[in-house]
Structure formats: C-alpha cells, structure tokens
Design a protein around this ligand. Structure first.
Ligand code: SF4
Length: 255
C-alpha cells in the first residue's frame, strides 16, 4: 500500500432523477441529471441545470442504493446514465459513483459534451461502459456562435473514451437554419470518420421547444423563439444522408 489517499468527492449536486428511461443509452436506465454546465447551447432545454450549486446533495451510496431498487428492470443492457447539465463538472463524484455502481455490477453510461479538459475525466472513463458523446456542431465557428466550449477538446475526449475501451454513441441536436443542411451532416460524419474511432451508433435529435417555459421562469431570454421545431421528414432525410455518406461507420442509426 502506498499510503496515498485516493481523492474522492463524497457528495454530488443532483438536479433530478428519472427512474426508468429508454432514451439515454442502452436498455432501460435510471438517469441521474447532475447540476452544473460550462456551455450555453442555444437550444438547451435544461437551463435550470447550469448552476453547479443548484439542486440537491446526494451521496454516491444513496444513488447506488436507489439503482439497486430498479436493478431487475435494467435487464441485460440497461443500468444507470449520468447526464446533466454536464456530469464532468463534478468528475470526482462521477468517478466515485461509477466505481460503486460497477462494484454492484450495474452498467454505466455517461452522457456528456466532452468539453471539460480535466485529469480527473480518466477516472470517470475507467468505470464507464458507454459514452453518449454530444458533438454539438460540426465546426469551431458554430461552437463559438451557438454553444461555447471547444470542438477540439470534444474530439480529444472522443479519443480518450475510445482508448478507455468505452462503447461510443454520438448524439447531435439538429436545429433548423443552424445545422440542418446536408453539408452540415456530411461534415459531422466526416469529423467522426476521420477521427478513426469506432463509433457504434449515431443519434440525430430534433430541436424542440420543451424548455422554453423554464427560460421565462428563470428570467432568461430564449434566442430561438422564432425558430420552428425540426420536422420528422427533415430528420429522416438527414439520416438518409448519413447512411449514404458513411454507411460502413454505423451499425445502427436512430432518430
Ligand atoms: S451541454 Fe446540455 S445542459 Fe449544457 S447548455 Fe448544452 S444542452 Fe444545456
């Protein structure tokens, strides 16, 4: 024994918990939404998660116990997804929680934008089964204009997740007039393809206005008030482009 104490964060700030969701990773999952986000995505529907000090405090043990409750519903693929906000804003807590979940034989998924450069991120990835990486825009110019953060940090994270042996799913929200052209989707696919990382799945998610009321409650201005939600037909067309452009890259593509 070295005698060196491993750094851990005993409690985390949690926004909310969805007990059994089917939209955030493989199978049925308990989804824990964490507080804190350094980005300001123009389409964000969870601005109430931005404050790192908001929400309620939970211990990792309490969350593992809760997950154990739902274990029988998880089946072969399901488990716990850590989402947000940006879960990597609390990396030492996320690392401790995932360590305890893996000890309890519960599958782990990390839903992240991958824009936090921190040495502690590796500690989270060490116990992450699946990474749901949200590549927000196909170029830095649009990160600057609509998101904040850095595309290159996100791509570095993609490589780190791959090196850590995680399954990788990519997510991308499509907003009319911002990133819904064929060229935008081709650029995104090329970015992923050129990284050389084996991606298992890509999800294109349509822009919606579900968060608009939260902006009013928080006294924030909503910059996309005039933009329409993305129609099903347009989304289907963009998925076709993905399949045409890079058919060998994805085993499955989901809306
Ligand atoms: S990363 Fe997520 S929580 Fe953060 S601003 Fe973007 S959409 Fe909102």
């Amino acid at each position: 024994m070295s005698g060196k104490t491993e750094e851990i964060e005993k409690t985390g700030r949690i926004h909310s918990i969805e007990t059994l969701g089917g939209a955030d990773g493989p199978g049925l999952r308990m989804v824990i939404f964490m507080q804190g986000c350094p980005l300001r995505c123009i389409y964000c529907h969870n601005p109430d998660t931005w404050d790192r000090n908001g929400g309620r405090e939970f211990t990792a043990e309490a969350l593992v116990q809760k997950a154990m409750h739902y274990r029988t519903y998880f089946g072969r693929e399901g488990g716990v997804t850590l989402s947000g906000g940006e879960p990597l804003m609390q990396p030492l807590f996320a690392a401790e929680l995932f360590k305890q979940l893996k000890k309890a034989d519960i599958n782990t998924a990390l839903d992240t934008a991958g824009t936090i450069p921190s040495e502690d991120v590796a500690k989270v990835l060490a116990n992450t089964d699946t990474v749901l990486l949200d590549i927000k825009m196909p170029d830095q110019e649009r990160y600057d204009q609509y998101i904040g953060g850095s595309l290159s940090t996100t791509m570095n994270f993609l490589h780190a997740a791959s090196a850590a042996g995680c399954r990788i799913w990519i997510r991308h929200v499509v907003v009319p007039g911002i990133n819904d052209k064929k060229d935008d989707i081709v650029s995104l696919c090329s970015l992923i393809y050129d990284s050389g990382v084996a991606v298992e799945r890509m999800e294109l998610l349509p822009y919606h206005k579900m968060g608009i009321e939260k902006y009013k409650l928080l006294g924030l201005s909503y910059r996309l008030a005039e933009v329409q939600e993305l129609g099903e037909g347009r989304l289907a067309k963009l998925l076709e482009y993905c399949l045409e452009e890079l058919p060998e890259l994805f085993r499955a593509i989901k809306k």
